[in-house]
Design a protein around this ligand. Structure first.
Ligand code: CA
Length: 232
């Protein structure tokens, strides 16, 4: 495996240093930024394979950085959130973060999560060269191999998680899944998230897929149970 580059955007130098030390030991190249603005510049200029992004940062906070990076890049973003700040997790996912980890965290868990997120991102990139495998659902076409979704022929920008959730549901039309099932099947055992993550991702997907996200035609809610995909 060629050397992967991680950008750490974290203002607490002691935390940044220990993460850097451990990542270098694992064979990663590491770049650091200590405020949001510098982090954003480096995120764009140095094209890291993953960004580790703290929420509370000087000049520009982690949410603002996440939002700006997402305007131009699909790089995996792993957010560092302070303990008990549940709202942070949800907001980070709303803004397009791929994953989050709560402080204080163990180094082994952090490294496992970094590797898992990079693997998933590489998998997605590899899919772009795969043969087409397009399924049509009304105005929507989903290329299951290439991770491409079009609506009325126009490509939609989905994150990997959003695509994986859509693919999972669309391949199992009309079958209802609970949030817990989706978290386990789509996010996988590596994910320590809570079920609201599923709701947030469904909401983001609907905003992208549906004509009116408050009156969905594709991703349906089964009240009290969960979600399912329907051909409109
Ligand atoms: Ca901080």
């Amino acid at each position: 495996m060629d050397q992967k580059k991680v950008l750490i955007i974290e203002d607490e130098k002691s935390i940044s240093d220990i993460i850097k030390f451990n990542l270098v030991k694992e064979g990663f190249a590491v770049e650091t930024a200590y405020d949001g603005q510098d982090g954003l510049v480096k995120a764009i200029a140095s094209e890291p394979d993953l960004i580790l992004l703290d929420v509370m940062l000087p000049i520009m906070d982690g949410f603002a950085v996440c939002k700006k990076v997402r305007e131009t890049s699909t790089v995996p973003i792993l957010m560092l959130t302070a303990k008990e700040e549940e709202v942070d997790k949800v907001l980070g996912l709303e803004l397009g973060a791929d994953d989050y980890i709560t402080k204080p965290f163990g180094m082994r868990e952090l490294i496992a999560r970094i590797k898992a997120n990079i693997r998933r991102s590489e998998f997605m990139t590899a899919q772009a060269d795969a043969p087409e495998n397009v399924r049509e659902f009304g105005n929507l076409s989903i290329d299951l191999n290439r991770y491409e979704v079009r609506k009325n022929g126009q490509p939609l920008e989905l994150t990997l998680r959003e695509f994986e959730l859509l693919k999972y549901l669309a391949e199992r039309e009309n079958k209802v899944f609970s949030r817990e099932q989706l978290l386990e099947e789509v996010w996988g055992y590596e994910y320590y998230g809570d079920i609201r993550t599923v709701d947030v991702t469904v909401r983001r997907l609907r905003e992208k897929l549906e004509d009116d996200s408050s009156d969905p035609k594709y991703i349906m809610t089964k009240r009290g149970i969960g979600y399912y995909f329907r051909r409109p």
